[in-house]
Design a binder for this molecule. Sequence first.
Ligand SMILES: Nc1ncnc2c1ncn2[C@@H]1O[C@H](COP(=O)(O)OP(=O)(O)O)[C@@H](O)[C@H]1O
Ligand SMILES: [Mg+2]
Length: 205
Amino acid sequence: MLEVEAINVFYGQVPAIRDVSLRLDDGGILAVIGANGAGKSTLLKAIAGQLRTRDGVIRLDGEDVSRSAAHQRARRGISLVPEGRRLFRSLTVGENLMTARATRRKGPWDLAAVYEMLPIVAERRDRRAGDLSGGEQQACAIARALMANPRVLLLDEVSLGLAPAIVGQIYAGLPAIRAQGTAILLVEQDVQQATRASQDVQCLL
Ligand SMILES: Nc1ncnc2c1ncn2[C@@H]1O[C@H](COP(=O)(O)OP(=O)(O)O)[C@@H](O)[C@H]1O
Ligand SMILES: [Mg+2]
């Protein structure tokens, strides 16, 4: 479903990732691990279209999307939960979730479904996103990404700096996402967390 073939990404003249390949099937999950600076965020941004690849191909359902803009890839079903989460801090949780409707993708995820999967998000629905704890913001960012009904969900270090309880709630929700046919590509520095979520682990050097 998602195929990444030998992509290179440069910041100016400096290579950030070299010859990275991976593949994901419908409802599949793959964890990519790597040290700080290995290029994990770069990889996810390249797949989402926020960074250009210099070489290689990114295919979604067999079609080359390597040259498509980020918003086009979002409409095709690639959803990134970025490092730092990038919520609209002055909007409520519920309003943040509704912004994902801009992709106009149909599917199983709507407000009721994401609230059921992540109860903490439901509890905070009328609060301003900027007033939430880090973990609550992370859960909200994942809920927002799901509202776009993605084919593939890209998760950038969801557990970083969060309390174990909320990390547990987030990871516990992943099987329900995959059961809807959405594939998950997650990157983590924490090897244990990655291997717990996914049998398939790839290392970025
Ligand atoms: N905007 C940028 N400009 C130049 N270099 C960058 C930029 N962002 C990241 N890098 C470099 O690219 C490499 C990979 O970074 P990143 O993808 O953020 O790694 P990770 O997410 O694995 O910690 C690092 O060496 C980092 O310093
Ligand atoms: Mg990173």
